[in-house]
Design a protein around this ligand. Sequence first.
Ligand code: FES
Length: 166
Amino acid sequence: MNERLQEEFPIEWEDDHFVTRREFFRFLTLASGGLALGTVAVAAYSKIPKGQRSFDPALICKVADLKPGTSLHFSFPRPSDLCLLICRKDGKYVAYSRRCTHLSCPVQYEVGDHVERLYCPCHNGAFSVDDGRVLQGPPPHPIPQLMLEQRGDEIWATGIKVGEEA
Ligand code: FES
């Protein structure tokens, strides 16, 4: 029986063992190559410039149009980019994308005695009005914040903060 096996599979145990070891080292080489590539990719991602991206300024509203603790919807920079301008309880203006970073449901400004946040009703997600960071729920990233300028009695959108991790 062994002789017949030897005839049908004419590989010596030593060779067979050698091939297995070679395959193992090939696997090790590929695995460490994959790890090296992954490390390079992470390093490259971390070097993506964070900062601000400017667009043609767009008038949002007059200062008198918003009272502290209220918000209004607008689009910037394209008509399909829905945004939210907020006049915070302390009178400061901030603006954010309305598109939740989870599954793109529109967020809403929620304000009360003990709460002030951007709330997404789809899956109970919430973002900070301070900087857009995730406060709760499944959103994987902060919500993009817009750059604003007050020009006299007008509020203008001028750009979007890019790659900001709160
Ligand atoms: S879409 Fe906003 S939490 Fe899921």
